[in-house]
Design a protein around this ligand. Structure first.
Ligand SMILES: [Zn+2]
Ligand SMILES: [Zn+2]
Length: 292
């Protein structure tokens, strides 16, 4: 039945493909969960993973929209973990978004985010730059506030010309207005995902260029690698596929779609997961839940 429905909206290239890395207005995406699910349906994808930064607030709406349109929505999250000064993103798939401990921990991360933005505004003040905390918060709307919102405020207050300039001169890593963020370790992130009944994948490992961390992450129980990502070259994808084979890991792919202006960033379905790999991921999550 599903196949018949799908054939009417099939687009070349996306048949049997899932985009497992998508952000919504619950974090820093431009589209609501309902909108991204609708877009995934229109584009002919078989499944969509909603993976907002450190929040699961968009999942219930996404699941409902997926149910209404008969497209699979994979409940996910992208947790920001830290290795020393580096940020590492761990994707959790098929998590139980109502699991109390997960809800509480992610709530706490949001408070840490708020606190960091406050400290960043104080730090900027010492540089003669006045930003209003509530205004920065309002720029995040329903989503999780972060550095991009501070950057936007700096543009709108006229301190810099562009958001890139804000990062390059003021709030990027090691710049005078930068405040580091408290993060959980990859081990804690993987463990939290497992306890939430999900499987854990290292997001866009090619962005970190620290492949030597992989063995350690595997020892913590890492389940998979995001091999296909817009920032990965074909060579990266092949390399991470080979590493996944070597460590017996699952493989995924996703666009890291955030919405926004056409042509500005990756588009939905730009990078995807094959349906066989999606089946493996789902099976692994089923095993995870049954052994809990
Ligand atoms: Zn990421
Ligand atoms: Zn992402």
């Amino acid at each position: 039945m599903r196949r018949i429905i799908r054939s009417t909206r099939l687009q070349i290239g996306l048949r049997d493909q899932a985009d497992l890395h998508v952000h919504t207005t619950s974090s820093d995406g431009a589209h609501s969960p309902q909108e991204v699910v609708g877009m995934a349906y229109e584009s002919g994808l078989i499944a969509l993973g909603i993976t907002d930064h450190d929040t699961i607030h968009g999942i219930a709406d996404g699941l409902q929209a997926g149910h209404d349109l008969s497209i699979e929505v994979v409940p996910g999250v992208e947790i920001s973990a830290g290795v020393g000064p580096h940020e590492v993103h761990i994707l959790g798939y098929y998590i139980d978004s109502t699991f109390g401990e997960l809800v509480e921990k992610l709530e706490r991360f949001q408070n840490v985010r708020l606190d960091r933005i406050k400290r960043m505004i104080l730090q900027l003040k010492t540089l003669g730059i006045e930003l209003d905390f509530d205004y920065v918060l309002s720029l995040a709307g329903e989503g999780a506030v972060g550095r991009p919102h501070v950057a936007r405020a700096l543009v709108e207050y006229g301190y810099v010309g562009t958001m890139n300039e804000a990062f390059d001169t003021l709030i990027g890593d090691k710049k005078p207005g930068y405040v580091p963020r408290m993060r959980i370790s990859p081990e804690e992130a993987i463990d939290l995902i497992h306890r939430s009944g999900g499987v854990a994948c290292w997001a866009h490992p090619g962005l970190e260029s620290h492949d030597e961390w992989l063995e350690e992450f595997v020892s913590y129980g890492l389940d998979g690698l995001e091999i296909a990502h817009p920032e990965h070259s074909a060579r990266d994808t092949a390399k991470y596929r080979a590493l996944a084979d070597r460590f017996n890991l699952l493989v995924t792919g996703g666009s890291d779609f955030h919405g926004g202006e056409i042509g500005a960033g990756p588009y939905l379905g730009q990078c995807t997961t094959d349906y066989e790999d999606l089946d493996r991921l789902r099976d692994a999550a089923t095993v995870m839940r049954s052994t809990k």
